[in-house]
Write a protein that binds this ligand. Sequence first.
Ligand code: PMP
Ligand code: GLN
Length: 384
Amino acid sequence: LNRRLAAFGTTIFAEMSALAVRTGSINLGQGFPDTDGPEEIREAAVRALRAGHGNQYPPGPGVPELRTAIAGHQRRHYALTYDPDSEVLVTAGATEAVAATLLALVEPGDEVIALEPYYDSYAACVAMAGGTRVPVTLRPDGGAFRLDLDELRAAVTPRTRLILLNTPHNPTGTVLTREELAAIAELAIERDLLVVTDEVYEHLVFEGEHIPLASFPGMRERTVTISSAGKTFSFTGWKIGWITASPELVNAVKSAKQFLTYVSGGPLQYAVAEALRLPDSFYDELRDGLRARRDLLSDGLAEAGFGVHRPAGTYFVTTDIRPLGGERDGIAFCRALPERCGVVAVPNAVFYDHHEQGAPFVRFAFCKRVDVLEEAVARLKTLA
Ligand code: PMP
Ligand code: GLN
């Protein structure tokens, strides 16, 4: 294994899901729903397979039906217009979108600013691209983890190539506000930076609102927006993601993407095109159902003695284990948790360069059936 990757080991999600299987625990670690997305969308995938739509290599940028639907989604929800032919690129999940974007845009030695804690693939992809990551830490403040804009400004140097944002934010559940996004936009323009914004949880917002960074004045040209069907439609295994950006940026990302997977998920692309046209009621039900489960798990964790940072978005709740008494090390806590009570969670420390900043925080996913969450809460209450 080369030096760029040696530091990264096995992704925490694989490690923790394997632990859940091995111990027969309830898996609130890796974020995936335990109920599949809409039946009609699964049927659409079956129809596409049977009709021979996408069984051979689809076009490099994605099938036109899906690119049109993605552009339609950006227009419908955010009044952002993108040309399906030159400004949309379909990828193998948001994961490939992040990888291809960083490989395409980062020169060896460039600095990439990312909000810490960050999704684990960011660090690995910055490293694969030969870049240097510069973390800006979100700090707990009145229940939420907040970005210090002065720290962000201070992190920019002449070597900074881009800011890698994620809102709604995994693992903290923070949703960046209009004011914060406006300040980031101003900074990007002033310092002539690109921004890559991972918005895979765009529809999972319970408080406040999701505002794409690309909708701020002067940002459309310098922003690569990433999203995916995995979270919105509960098909994390389909790995259909996309970027929207200017033709120049889409072409750059395509240059890398063509040599990573070239294309993927042919028939599924047709089904996701249909999913993107589901009525508003679909999005309302998704959000309301998850909000109820957020509250169920958050309340249960608080009753079990955890410090709870109730998230404004995503399907993760970050907890502080210190109030449990005697607990300070989230990694040790998560390794022991299956044995202690049959539940798996993820230690936030692995998403930090400054491990000590993340040490006491542990993430639980609530994209699970109500009965599963209730059983998990009952088990966690035996910890005290
Ligand atoms: N970005 C973030 C912030 C995520 O939480 C995830 C997890 N799925 C991804 C990207 C990857 O998305 P996908 O499964 O579409 O590759
Ligand atoms: N995004 C999911 C999470 O944060 C998992 C993704 C993965 O397993 N790579 O839990």
